[in-house]
Design a protein around this ligand. Structure first.
Ligand code: ADP
Ligand code: MG
Length: 385
């Protein structure tokens, strides 16, 4: 379609909507002239969205309104019919309470889009949910934060899902880049910024300079693994079987990565491994810190390795600017002090770390022209390994 020479997906979609199938866009000659004003008009009234497709939580940011949706990245699916029974909060509440044929899926759990159909369902649900809040709201422009390292095919698939859910234009941005933008780091300047995003399923470390990702590492060790370490510890040291929620709550209440000024105690409730009866055990934050030391060490090592691989000029910048922590895992008590002590560099927790990526995608949706390189994704700039 030569007439779509400025041709990104968005304009093709708009063209699709403007012309019925028997009308050829060519008939209108200057398609650019036709599309641009309409596009601007749509843009003026529509609610551009930034979406953080996280492994644990999906957040939606709406221009002028802030974060309007923050729900677990969970879909409840009937395995027989492949129909979705619920998405987000509703789906998470169904976990463990559904008939056997209905399972709750976290389609992004490992930071890759392994189960694309489910991701598409989820995107549909969230975009529609925002969209429906205003009658006849025009199609929004959508920027989706996706885990770094997903393939071109997966990126394309995420954009397609957004378009089929009613987006006018869809873009993807790698999550560390979005997190850095959300944290207010000077990503477009010739200055090295390091962002460490500790989520549920993955920890991502990135060094960004001049709008591109210079170094990027991602591992599947993050909040979930820390919860798991608490489950293993309770079983091993206390003959206590606890669930994921209990472990996560204990982590949030008393988990830490560095000695606390005042150590605290927390009660773990579950089932006795031997008798099968309910049982409660009080544990200290010192014991919990030891219990989670393995995944925490792995995360610290990843940051160290990334620093070692960073070109010296950029390391000098990071020493001056500090390392910024984002993602829910950044809230783990003492993680900042631990990194600071081991790396001998200043480490800061971003403001509201759980919403950094969503706010970053929202910022990009509002000002696409400022983030051309960031949107192109850092893949071409990324060093191997
Ligand atoms: P994702 O981007 O992968 O969806 P998030 O950035 O939303 O992940 O972070 C979710 C993770 O953060 C979960 O593992 C959760 O347990 C953890 N988390 C949330 N709050 C805290 C806290 N106060 N302390 C420690 N971990 C936390
Ligand atoms: Mg995240």
């Amino acid at each position: 379609m030569g007439c779509l020479s400025f041709g990104n997906v968005s304009n093709q979609v708009v063209a699709y909507r403007l012309f019925t199938s028997d009308q050829q866009p060519n008939a209108f000659g200057g398609l650019t002239v036709v599309i641009r004003p309409l596009s601007m008009l749509f843009g003026f009234f529509s609610r551009d969205l930034g979406i953080d497709l996280g492994t644990a939580n999906t957040l939606v940011y709406v221009r002028g309104k802030g974060i309007v949706i923050s729900e677990p990245s969970v879909v409840a699916i009937d395995t027989k019919t492949r129909r979705a029974f619920g998405v987000g909060v509703e789906a998470k509440a169904m976990v463990g309470k559904t008939p056997e044929s209905i399972v709750a899926i976290r389609p992004l759990k490992d930071g890759v889009i392994a189960d694309f159909d489910t991701v598409e369902m989820m995107l549909h649900y969230f975009i529609r949910k925002v969209h429906m809040q205003r009658l006849m709201a025009p199609h929004p422009r959508v920027v989706i934060g996706i885990p770094s390292g997903v393939t071109e095919v997966e990126k394309r698939a995420a954009k397609d899902a957004a378009l089929s859910a009613g987006a006018r234009e869809a873009y993807t941005i790698e999550e560390p880049m979005a997190a850095a933008i959300g944290a207010g780091l000077p990503i477009n300047e010739p200055v090295g910024s390091m962002i460490v995003d500790i989520g549920g399923g993955t920890t991502e470390v990135a060094v960004i300079s001049l709008g591109g990702i210079v170094i990027n590492h991602s591992i599947r060790v993050a909040g979930d693994e820390i919860d798991d370490a608490i489950i293993q510890y309770a079983r091993r040291d206390h003959n206590l079987v606890i669930g994921e929620r209990t472990a996560e709550n204990a982590k949030i209440a008393a988990g830490s990565a560095y000695p606390l000024e005042e150590e605290i105690r927390v009660t773990l409730r579950g089932r006795d491994l031997l008798t099968g009866l309910p049982k409660a055990v009080e544990v200290s934050s010192v014991e919990l810190r030891d219990a989670i030391s393995q995944p925490v060490n792995t995360i610290v090592e990843l940051v160290k390795t990334s620093i070692e691989e960073t070109p010296p000029e950029l390391v000098a910048d990071i020493m001056e600017q500090g390392i910024t922590l984002a993602g829910g895992g950044a809230l783990l008590l003492g993680i900042d002090r631990r990194l600071q002590t081991e790396l001998k560099m200043p480490v800061y927790r971003a403001e509201d770390p759980l919403t950094c990526v969503a706010r970053g995608t929202g910022r990009v949706a509002e000002a696409l022209h400022l983030y051309g390189r960031a949107l192109a994704s850092g893949s071409e700039l990324r060093r191997p390994g």
